[in-house]
Design a protein around this ligand. Structure first.
Ligand SMILES: Cc1ncc(COP(=O)(O)O)c(C=O)c1O
Length: 421
């Protein structure tokens, strides 16, 4: 194991000389698809070597210095250390009684994440889970159960902008709602939800006898890092008694920055938010958290009392399996705890601010050059742009953009700055 780790570190030291991503040839894929599962075990060292050379070598290098952290970032060595420890101890994170101190650590982190958003009081709660899809879907389950009786399901309506991540629509579909119940609100020229149209849509639905249930706001969209006017959405949600969920899978990490935190103003009005620290806070996969202002809603939706757990007594403490859809699994809070304790929030905030700085720098540099168009203003670590030389059709420009991006990823040095340092 130590040998494998050394190999990884050796490779990582030379990462600047590697392309960020080289699509594996079909042979590499075919090779794995044709491999047998042996009846008798093979030399474990050879198997490990094969995995390194034939499998891991062919993946995109998210920790590459020129990857520029689009939505997900390089990993913290402390997260890696926490991950390895978590795997070695292999603690089942599902129940309090299985590892009370580990569960307490998770509870403490969830509370702290809530405090970062301005949630306060004993009722704040939540649960770590595999990813933003699961966290957003679980929030929608809580929203549904808080506002509807089963016979009202067909009348339910959910609101979110046309820039919202597909996890919301998919989550709604999984929990039983159809396309016609998902009201996609247009966005303005900064890709932020039009709150005037949101309120109009809610009013029209009420008039038509429908039941508005929840509105989802974006704290960092996938396309452009945009942040919806969360305070305005919060007031509308309160006015019409809607559950207000915020998808902070990407942008939740700005809560750590004293400079940019104000962009999330209004998050304190929400009922729940998701925060994927495996995106912008350098955690290994997977590390997502759903945080709710009042955990009673998660308990109402997710608690079961099976026979085989009848003798489990956790006193006042809650188990992860009562707060979300998952049971057995790795404890995902430990690596985040390790990172936060070893790095401190000041340095992590600087890292977040540096991403904003980089996105702004790209914009400034492009503005000096002819034919580069800024598509979306920099926000979070994202700025959308493209090269639009005069006289090319939109289709040709699409193709050119695709080629520039692919070429940049394959390059062993940065095309613009000749960066080998
Ligand atoms: C804004 C946003 N929400 C949710 C998700 C889904 O997260 P995950 O891939 O961790 O399930 C993503 C993924 O990129 C995202 O960008």
């Amino acid at each position: 194991m130590v040998g494998f780790l050394e190999k990884y570190l050796e490779k990582n030291a030379k990462i600047r000389e590697l392309p960020i991503y080289e699509k594996p040839n079909e042979e590499a894929v075919k090779h794995i698809l044709n491999m047998n599962i042996p009846a008798k075990g093979r030399d474990p060292l050879v198997v490990g070597e094969e995995l390194i050379n034939d499998v891991f070598e062919h993946a995109m290098l998210g920790q590459h210095p020129r990857y520029y952290s689009f939505v997900f970032s390089a990993i913290s060595p402390y997260s890696l250390a926490g991950s390895i420890l978590t795997d070695i101890y292999n603690i089942n994170a599902g129940g309090w009684e299985l590892a009370p101190v580990v569960a307490a650590l998770e509870e403490r982190l969830v509370k702290w994440m809530g405090e970062c958003a301005g949630y306060s009081g004993d009722n704040v709660g939540g649960v770590f889970m595999s990813g933003g899809y699961m966290a957003n879907m679980s929030a929608l389950v809580a929203a549904r159960d808080s506002r509807l009786t089963p016979d009202e399901f067909p009348k339910a309506r959910f609101y979110f902008s046309d820039q919202t991540h597909s996890s919301i629509a998919k989550g709604l579909r999984i929990i039983g709602f159809g396309e016609s119940q998902m009201i996609k609100i247009p966005t303005d020229d900064e890709f932020k939800i039009r709150t005037d149209l949101l309120e109009e849509a809610i009013l029209a639905d009420i008039k038509a006898g429908k039941k508005p249930v929840a509105v989802v706001g974006n704290l960092g969209t996938t396309n452009a890092g945009c942040i919806d006017p969360l305070d305005k959405i919060g007031h509308i949600a309160k006015k019409y008694d809607l559950w207000f969920h915020i998808d902070g899978a990407y942008g939740g990490s700005i809560l750590l920055s004293p400079i940019y935190r104000n962009l999330a103003k209004g998050i304190e009005l929400s009922d729940s938010f998701s925060w994927d620290t495996h995106k912008w806070l350098m955690q290994t996969y997977s590390c997502s958290t759903l945080i709710v202002k009042d955990k009673i809603y998660l308990l109402n939706s997710f608690t079961e009392h099976p026979e085989y757990l009848a003798d489990v007594n956790t006193g006042n403490h809650l188990s992860g399996w009562d707060l979300g859809p998952e049971m057995s699994g790795p404890n995902r809070a430990i690596k985040l705890w390790y990172t936060l304790q070893a790095t401190g929030t000041d340095l992590l905030a600087e890292m977040i601010e540096y991403s904003f700085y980089n996105a702004n720098l790209v914009k400034k540099e492009l503005e000096k050059r002819p034919n580069w168009k800024i598509i979306s203003k920099p926000c979070c670590g994202t700025v959308n742009f493209r090269y639009e030389p005069k006289g090319l059709s939109p289709e040709k420009i699409d193709k050119l953009t695709d080629n520039i991006s692919k070429k940049n990823n394959r390059k062993r040095v940065c095309v613009y700055c000749n960066d080998r340092a």
